[in-house]
Design a protein around this ligand. Structure first.
Ligand SMILES: [Zn+2]
Length: 289
């Protein structure tokens, strides 16, 4: 089994500290698709993808966790999503040629929203202040405010890989400051190269070889887009007959591209008429289902 595209969970025995590790290779390439992201946008997207996957394991849910940033800065939208089945997807939109390092430089005046979509329940949202130098800092302060559990995150991404390391004190062990400080001191030596390249046992040994670590079975992670013809039709219906008919008249067809997976959905005038009259519709040949 490859060391990449998997979610790995470890416990420091006796210390009440958990650690999670994700490194994405194929799933990252599929997320990038054919989009030519500028360097800083690509890095933010990769970090957010690793982050949403790491955070998704801290909650019990059946559905998806969405990390979303909307801002007025060079990066206007960043969305990443992880499901309880460890499938992920994500995208970013930007203006001009984004530069900068800190969150305010990249996103301007914005906010980070974490949404838990639990099947059959109302979505739950948590808001994270968009300040600090990095996504990991913003998420760490969110955890210290909302969960009050000491939490540290390291996130890295380059063109080939995206990955993250997450360390959190388990409830009831908040008193073990000395152990916590030692583990964080060891973890803080991690470099981007180590996190994105080393096999996990080697990474683990390099960082924590004096600690007793228990490793749980790794779980595979893959890219999957949940878009479908039915969902796109729901969006078209919500936009309204008038608007869609005017696109139809202008373009001769209605074409919708999924920004997450680049799948193209095409509707001809028969499809659109049927959609708005709610009559049974024949699937057009050659269109993705
Ligand atoms: Zn899609």
């Amino acid at each position: 089994m490859s060391h990449f595209d998997r979610f790995e969970r470890f416990y420091f025995e006796d210390l009440g500290i958990r650690r999670e590790l994700v490194r994405l290779n194929d799933a990252w390439a599929s997320t990038l698709g054919a989009t030519d992201y500028p360097g800083v946008v690509q890095s933010q997207l990769g970090q957010a993808l690793a982050a949403v996957l790491l955070l998704s394991s801290t909650i019990k849910y059946q559905g998806s966790l969405i990390l979303q940033i909307q801002g007025a800065g060079p990066i206007s939208t960043l969305v990443t999503q992880a499901s309880h089945l460890r499938t992920i997807r994500g995208l970013a939109h930007w203006r001009g040629s984004p530069e900068g390092e800190t969150l305010p430089q990249l996103y301007g005046d914005g906010r980070l929203v974490l949404t838990i979509q639990n099947e059959g329940q109302e979505p739950y949202q948590g808001i994270v202040a968009l300040d600090g130098d990095s996504l990991s800092q913003a998420l760490e302060s969110y955890f210290s405010l909302s969960e009050q559990l000491p939490t540290r995150l390291w996130l890295f991404a380059n063109e080939q890989r995206a990955g993250g390391l997450f360390i959190q004190s388990l409830p009831g062990h908040e008193d073990g400051r000395e152990d916590w400080n030692r583990i964080i001191h060891l973890a803080s030596t991690i470099t981007e190269h180590e996190l994105l390249n080393l096999p996990s046992h080697e990474l683990l040994f390099r960082l924590f070889h004096e600690e007793r670590v228990r490793l749980l079975d790794p779980e595979p992670v893959c890219f999957r887009c949940s878009c479908s013809r039915e969902r796109i039709e729901g969006v078209l219906l919500a936009m309204g007959e008038q608007e869609i008919t005017s696109v139809m008249e202008k373009e001769g067809q209605v074409e919708v591209n999924c920004d997450f997976c680049n799948r193209r959905y095409t509707y001809d005038c028969v499809d659109i008429t049927a959609l708005f009259s709610q009559s049974p519709r024949l699937a057009a040949p050659g269109t993705p289902q």
